[in-house]
Write a protein that binds this ligand. Structure first.
Ligand SMILES: CSCCC(=O)/C(O)=C/O
Ligand code: FE2
Length: 201
């Protein structure tokens, strides 16, 4: 018989590839406004299956009251939470922060975000160094693994409200690239060995 803890574990499993839709694509390398989609022509979509190989975890969560949110927090130990609103009029030091979010960086922990309102793009580096853009909007919950090179930008709506989660006391410090010698980067490369098998071009 399934116990309560089995049910929590099941709810907290990443959404199955077959039923989950995430809109992600390889980016062009134009230097136009970072908030534009920067899709290639024709579009080159990236499937959730591929994002999972990079260590990205993704769920659809139906608001803050969805029991799935608590199940994920319990299963993964996300004891800390706060809310961040990124928009020109809501975020103190907006210009400085938005610039820093878009600098390519890693963290020494997972980056966990649950979008409550609005939208934005998380960009992650593929194993071959290409940028993948992940469109995150209301109901999307995403985990970027420790040590993955990434960045964040608002889209042209200029507004996102997201829950930030963390295990224990939060550390938000970005470690800007180059961070190849950082232990979190080495840990990432050991956890996702494909990252070492394809050389950057
Ligand atoms: C939508 S949360 C803002 C981006 C952020 O917190 C971060 O750390 C990006 O890497
Ligand atoms: Fe980050």
């Amino acid at each position: 018989m399934a116990t309560v803890s089995d049910e929590i574990k099941a709810l907290a499993q990443p959404d199955p590839i077959e039923t989950s839709h995430v809109d992600a694509w390889y980016m062009d390398d134009s230097s136009e406004d970072q908030r534009l989609p920067h899709r290639l022509e024709p579009n080159e979509p990236v499937l959730l299956e591929h994002l999972q190989k990079l260590g990205v975890v993704y769920w659809k969560v139906d608001g803050e009251e969805d029991p799935k949110l608590q199940a994920i927090r319990d299963a993964r130990g996300y004891s800390y939470k706060d809310i961040i609103t990124v928009s020109p009029d809501k975020l103190p030091n907006y210009e400085m922060k938005i610039k820093s979010f878009f600098e390519e960086h890693i963290h020494s922990d997972e980056e966990i975000r649950f979008v409550l309102e609005g939208s934005g793009y998380f960009d992650v580096r593929d194993f071959d160094e290409r940028w993948i853009r992940i469109d995150c909007r209301k109901g999307d919950m995403i985990v970027l693994p420790e040590g993955i090179y990434h960045r964040f930008t608002l889209d042209t709506n200029n507004y996102i409200k997201a829950m930030r989660l963390f295990v224990g006391e939060p550390v938000w410090t970005p470690i800007n690239r180059p961070a190849d010698d950082h232990q979190s980067r080495s840990r990432y490369q050991s956890s996702f060995p494909a990252s070492q098998s394809i050389r950057a071009h």
